[in-house]
Write a protein that binds this ligand. Sequence first.
Ligand code: HEC
Length: 132
Amino acid sequence: MKPILRKFTWLVSLILPLAAAAANPIQEGYRSAAKLESPAFKEFSATAGRRLYTSKKGDLMCASCHTDSPMIEGKHINTNNVILPMAPSANPNRLTNAIKVEKWFKRNCNDVLKRDCSAQEKGDFMAYLLSK
Ligand code: HEC
C-alpha cells in the first residue's frame, strides 16, 4: 500500500468509531419508534426541532420556560425555579437519562401541545438541542 493510502486508512479507522459513539442512544431509540410510527420516516430535523421549541400553543411554548436559547439558563414560568441549559454542549447532563427525558417530554408536551409528542417530534427536538 502507498504510504499516503495507509495513512488515509488509518485515519478512517480512527474516525469511524468516534462518529458511531457520537450518536445519542436515546435519540436512536426515538429513531426506531419513528420508523414504526411512519414508514415514510426519513431523518430527524434540527430545523423542525427549533420550530417545535418556539411554537406557541395558546400562550405557552417550550421556550417559555427554557428561554429562546438552549444554551442559557431558563426559568419556570410558574415556580420561578432556575432550569439549567437544555443543550448538551452547555450542560453535559442533558439527554443522557432516557427515563428523565421521556418523563419530561410526556409532561411538557402535554402542558404545551395538550397531547404527547410523536417520536419524530422528540427526535427533532433532540436534533435541535444537539446541533447547538
Ligand atoms: C412550564 C415550564 C416548562 C415548559 C413550558 C417546558 N418545559 Fe421542559 N422542562 C421543564 C422542567 C421544570 C424540566 C426539569 C428540570 C430540569 O431538567 O432542569 C424540564 C425538562 C425537560 C426535558 C429533560 C431534558 C434532560 O435531558 O434533562 C426535556 C426533554 C424537555 N423539558 C422538553 C420540553 C419540550 C419539548 C417542551 C415544549 C413542548 C418543554 N420542555 C416545555 C419545564 C418546562
